[in-house]
Design a binder for this molecule. Structure first.
Ligand code: ADP
Ligand code: TRP
Length: 327
């Protein structure tokens, strides 16, 4: 039975990009045979500093989101990364077999530098901590968005360096990316990749007036509905494509391509998007409202997940320490 593992950073309110790119997959995968580990990457969150209270709040919010979206603690372990401190020990062991050159090639690190972020040593070694996360649980499959695939490949490299030097300790993991091309990149309100750093997000649990306001801000142009258009180039349609059943989507696309009197305008698309989001997440919003009243329950779930995860990570850590002569 494969071990499936993934993590999400608690770096802000989770948005539709996070949902389609990560959480939806995680929640769906729990029904497959295998052992499932999902964690909240709070150590990683320290690479972009935030206050203690804010970090605690965000970690709790990610836990609430997973549970509200249907992650079942009987099927999948949900835990906080920092409740398994063994991963930091493994991080050191892996750091000592990893060349600077590998980390210097990391796209996400280079992007952050290009955006003017002053790098800490922690940010530079982010992929080593991530490799430790993956290798600690003998993970076979790591479901991630495209942007994280390089990090998984680095974990493969690091496992290889360590095993090459000290013998077979770590299992080689494989990235698992969502199959539908539409899941590769969810556009934000401005048409760029939806990302909390760009302020162009729609929160998963948004509804009512707030949601309407966000959807109202999606970019459109002044072309009239009658003008034939490429539906795939329209941001409201790109978002609608994530929600509509295929037949309904095909009808919308057909009418937009054809133009003329029967073609929908942007207002119409946005109204349908509003309904679709309200409907899709109604059960999750209700569940979240319930869970908010029971922080102790959420904490118990995290502790239960951590106990199982930690036992696994300890065994790997012990193997790794023994292999390199520290035991
Ligand atoms: P952000 O870009 O808001 O900072 P993160 O980098 O924390 O989001 O991403 C967390 C997870 O969500 C990753 O697995 C990533 O692949 C996925 N993700 C984030 N934004 C998008 C998007 N716009 N489209 C698809 N997946 C996304
Ligand atoms: N870096 C991942 C992200 O930003 C989060 C993460 C941390 C992760 N450790 C991981 C994902 C291990 C998969 C496996 O989305």
């Amino acid at each position: 039975m494969p071990t499936v593992l993934s993590g999400v950073q608690p770096s802000g309110r989770l948005h539709l990009g996070n949902y389609f790119g990560a959480l939806a997959q995680h929640v769906a995968l729990q029904h497959e045979p295998g052992e499932h580990f999902y964690f909240i990457a709070d150590y990683h969150a320290l690479t972009t500093s935030q206050g203690a209270a804010e970090l605690r709040e965000r970690v709790h919010d990610v836990a609430l989101s997973y549970l509200a979206l249907g992650l079942d603690p009987a099927k999948a372990m949900l835990f906080r990364q920092s409740d398994v401190p063994e991963v930091t020990e493994l991080t050191w062991l892996l750091a000592c077999v990893t060349g600077m050159g590998l980390l210097e090639r990391a796209h996400s690190y280079k992007d952050k530098l290009a955006h003017g972020i002053k790098p800490s040593v922690g940010l530079f070694t982010y992929p080593v901590l991530m490799a430790a996360d993956i290798l600690a649980y003998d993970s076979d499959q790591v479901p991630v968005g495209k942007d994280q695939v390089q990090h998984v490949e680095m974990a493969q490299d690091m496992a290889g360096y360590f095993n090459g030097q000290y013998g077979p300790v770590f299992k080689r993991p494989e990235a698992r990316i969502p199959s539908a091309a539409s899941l590769a990149k969810v556009p934000g309100l401005d048409g760029e990749k939806m990302s909390k750093s760009y302020g162009n997000t729609i929160w998963i649990f948004e509804s009512g007036k707030e949601l309407k306001k966000r959807i109202g801000a999606i970019v459109t142009d002044s072309r009239p509905p009658e003008e034939p258009k490429d539906p795939d180039a329209l941001v409201p349609m790109q978002l609608l494509a994530l929600f509509l059943p295929p037949e309904e989507l095909a009808q919308w696309q057909e009418r937009i391509r054809a133009g003329g009197a029967g073609a929908p305008g942007y207002g119409h698309m946005k109204q349908r998007l509003h309904e679709a989001i309200e409907t899709r997440f109604a059960p999750a919003r209700a569940e979240r409202d319930k869970l908010v009243q029971h922080p102790d329950h959420v904490e118990r779930v995290l502790q239960g997940g951590a106990a199982v995860a930690r036992a696994r990570a300890r065994a790997t850590r012990d193997r790794a320490l023994a292999a390199c002569g520290l035991r």
